[in-house]
Design a protein around this ligand. Structure first.
Ligand code: NAD
Length: 428
């Protein structure tokens, strides 16, 4: 079995060359110049509204207390309550969480949903924890940050290494202090007030955006070749939907332990069942094992990073990708220097806060359903998601064509304009 991490990373690690914050700053400037954003407004939009850093002492199963560090950063709340996921990762740190919180502000603005941006995280390798330790960590972290949370203040959701169960613990802990408050967190299990369609929403949104782009730029999804890095919530659902609904050929996928390739298209439902049984992807009989490095050079139409940040960078792979379009299903997978190289090479990039906005969009529907105490059908959720994300896509495409800029710069420009307008109307 071949299973290696990218050369300059340890397995499961995230960024390579720049911090999340640095990535965001450099991309922000280009769009701010395009819309002639005032200097004072640049300062408001780049600095966080509120940052909370907490100690998270956790009683381990062997009786020891281990102390972790947790963050909740609220970047901007001009357009509504702050919104953003919570990640558990050994490399989650202040800069990364700030960068991701900032992206959430642009993402909610671009989708035109009534939220601001936030992100949280705990610096921890959750694979080292038992389930009970994970629950204690989540409850203690929630206690420490609950003062800044709430349905009209800041609403967490899942992100890397957190899931519906973790959201259920957050809901329970928050509700024990404030009374039953399902709208305090999204991405919950459906039986606890979660929305139908939330779990697959990010992958589904990515597919809708790819469908639109493919139609506009002559790469129809049907029969096209897709490579995906990451086979978790986003990558797994996306692979399934592309293969079963869009008729695309998913020819290679990888997770933290390595990957698998089949030029004729992988049997994704079979591979998902194999992965659910905790078996390595590389041991799947329906393909050939491939290293994580080699994944980047598999010729394809669509290359979809759906794992961690900074994975497409100048140092390792930006010059060797062999695809027509990079679809950023992960947050910040492409460093700014790699972005320039891809532009030079004529490889289009669909930016993260457009491509992966399906999750927060359905989180908005979940929050609304909780506040209304009413439940939507799965079909209604999907229909609304499609309408919202394709409208945002069309706005980005039109501005990119009108101004002769990349999709990323156009997406930033639309988002910055909306947040700046809200700030001005509120008196700033
Ligand atoms: P997840 O924890 O469910 O899955 C992550 C996947 O990435 C796993 O398959 C893991 O094995 C793989 N991975 C980790 N390190 C890797 C490496 N070095 N090489 C190859 N694969 C690696 O996380 P997720 O929720 O699917 O999130 C993935 C990305 O999508 C993140 O960037 C996240 O911020 C972003 N995102 C998630 C959502 C959501 O709704 N879950 C929404 C928007 C954006």
């Amino acid at each position: 079995m071949a299973a290696t991490a990218p050369p300059d990373r340890s397995p499961g690690a995230a960024r390579t060359t720049m911090s999340g914050k640095a990535i965001v700053v450099s991309q922000f400037d280009r769009a701010a110049n395009l819309i002639n954003l005032e200097d004072y407004m640049r300062r408001i939009l780049m600095s966080p509204f509120r940052e909370v850093q907490v100690e998270v002492p956790v009683r381990m199963d062997d009786g020891r207390i281990e102390v972790f560090t947790g963050y909740r950063i609220q970047h901007n709340g001009a357009r509504g309550p702050c919104k953003g996921g919570i990640r558990y990762h050994p490399e989650a740190d202040h800069d990364e969480i700030l960068g991701l919180a900032t992206i959430m502000t642009w993402k909610t603005a671009l989708m035109d949903i009534p939220f601001g941006g936030a992100k949280g995280g705990v610096t921890v390798d959750p694979k080292r924890l038992s389930n009970l330790e994970l629950e204690r960590l989540t409850r203690r972290f929630t206690q420490r940050i609950s003062i800044v949370l709430g349905p009209y203040r800041d609403v967490p959701a899942p992100d890397v290494n957190t899931n519906a169960q973790v959201m259920a613990w957050i809901l329970d802990e928050y509700s024990s202090r404030h009374g039953y408050t399902p709208a305090a967190v999204t991405g919950k299990p459906v039986s606890l007030g979660g929305s139908l369609g939330r779990e697959e929403a990010t992958g589904r949104g990515v597919m809708y955006v790819m469908t639109e782009y493919g139609r506009d730029f002559g790469i129809p999804l049907q029969g096209s070749r897709v490579v995906i890095q990451g086979f978790g919530n986003v990558g797994g659902h996306l692979a399934r939907l592309l293969a079963t609904e869009a008729g695309a050929k998913v020819i290679a996928v990888a997770d933290v332990n390595g990957g698998i390739v089949n030029e004729n298209g992988l049997d994704i439902p079979g591979l998902l069942a194999h992965a659910a049984a905790r078996k390595p992807l590389s041991e799947w009989s329906g393909g050939t094992p491939i290293t994580n490095d080699a994944l980047w050079t598999v010729p394809c139409d669509w290359l979809v990073p759906a794992a961690l940040g900074g994975v497409i960078n100048r140092e390792t792979n930006a010059r060797s990708l062999d695809c027509k379009v990079v679809v950023e299903a992960a947050n910040e997978p492409t460093t700014p220097s790699a972005d320039l190289i891809l532009a030079e090479r004529g490889i289009a990039v669909i930016p993260d806060f457009l491509a992966n906005a399906g999750g927060v969009t359905v989180s908005y529907y979940e929050w609304s359903q909780n506040l209304q105490q009413y439940r939507w059908t799965h079909e209604q959720v999907n229909r609304e998601l499609k309408a919202t994300i394709t409208k945002a896509y069309a706005a980005v495409r039109d501005l990119a064509q009108q101004k002769g800029v990349t999709f990323r710069t156009a997406a930033y420009a639309i988002a910055l304009q909306r947040v700046a307008e809200a700030e001005r109307l509120r008196g700033n």
